[in-house]
Design a protein around this ligand. Structure first.
Ligand code: SIN
Length: 316
């Protein structure tokens, strides 16, 4: 990394402050145990944990992953230990390793989200909550709350009511909607402090030899570089409509240049997901590359670059 002494790389989501804007993406780094073998977790902005549910869950049938051009499909189905074990084991591990922690939660009902928020209320050492209302790998499409403005609003209202002002709430939206700005509007007015854009796109791969879907769950979430332009578009549109709401951008970021594109579109933080599977140090590499690119372009603070593509358009 270039000389950073005069460069302020910090970012914030409401009152949660992070020393740099590069986070893991929920679902791609579990609760940080595997990545901790490669770098100190405190060196990145935050670890966003795999979305946790009320009860332990075994997930969807295998195979759960399929390669696609410039990306992959996953159909994990929110496998996880459940909130009690997560609080007892994963949070202490992250704290002991100096990580800033963003806990991602997912529910099958509005009440589930309320229960999860109640269990997490008062747990020390958390920076923010990511409310995942957009997992594509649920049995019932009706449970993809983020595809329905009323359901999205109900989830965020309940989490906000339970937490009061205790923790910033970052709501993760789905790109599988006609108007993502309309969904963003609902969740912001229900009390979201920030947005995570975007979750995976619902996709399918059919094996032409077996002539059946490759994934055990048939459909899966598409991630990786193939979806980056969709993410950049969503971030740009939402930042344009709500310039004061911080956005955690994600979707196929594999280099500092990819991260910069999202920052210019309006992201205040970047989550790195699929790239980590190929290179466990991708988060560190992208953190350093992005800093260098910002310094080369004359920025003295990270925040000056957020949404710059909008400003230059207006100036021109
Ligand atoms: C999964 O566990 O199925 C992925 C979670 C998500 O995409 O929200």
């Amino acid at each position: 990394m270039r000389q950073m002494s005069n460069f302020n790389y910090s970012t914030n989501f409401q009152n949660a402050v992070f020393p740099n804007p590069i986070f893991t993406a929920s679902g791609c780094a579990g609760s940080g145990k595997e990545l901790a073998q490669f770098f100190p977790l405190g060196e990145i902005g935050a670890v966003v944990t795999k979305s946790i549910m009320v009860k332990a869950r075994s997930g969807r049938p295998t195979p759960r992953m399929a390669e696609t051009p410039s990306g992959m499909l996953n159909s994990i189905g929110l496998q996880g230990p459940g909130i009690d074990q997560f609080i007892a084991e994963d949070i202490p591990f992250l704290q002991k390793n100096g990580a800033r922690i963003v806990v991602s939660i997912a529910g099958e009902s509005v009440d589930d989200y309320g229960s999860l928020a109640r269990r997490l209320r008062g747990v020390p050492g958390l920076s923010a909550l990511e409310v995942n209302i957009s997992c594509p790998n649920v049995e019932n499409r009706g449970q993809v709350f983020a595809c329905d403005p009323i359901a999205s609003r109900s989830v965020v209202e309940v989490v906000r009511r339970v937490l009061g002002g205790e923790l910033p709430i970052i709501v993760k939206l789905s790109p599988d909607v006609t108007d993502i700005v309309a969904i963003a509007n609902e969740v912001i007015s229900a009390g979201a402090d920030g947005l995570a854009l975007i979750n995976t796109l619902l996709g399918m791969v059919i094996d032409v030899d077996t002539m059946r879907p490759k994934l055990g769950g048939k459909t899966g979430g598409l991630s990786g570089p193939a979806i980056r332009p969709v993410a950049v578009r969503a971030i740009y549109q939402v930042h344009q409509a709500f310039p004061k709401i911080p956005i955690l951008g994600m979707g196929g970021v594999a280099s500092g240049g990819d991260a910069l594109e999202m920052v210019l579109a309006g992201a205040s933080g970047i989550s790195v997901g699929t790239a980590t599977f190929g290179n466990p140090n991708a988060v560190i590499k992208i953190r350093d590359e992005l800093a260098n690119l910002l310094i080369e372009r004359g920025f003295t603070t990270f925040k000056e670059a957020v949404g710059f593509a909008h400003r230059s358009e207006n100036a021109g």
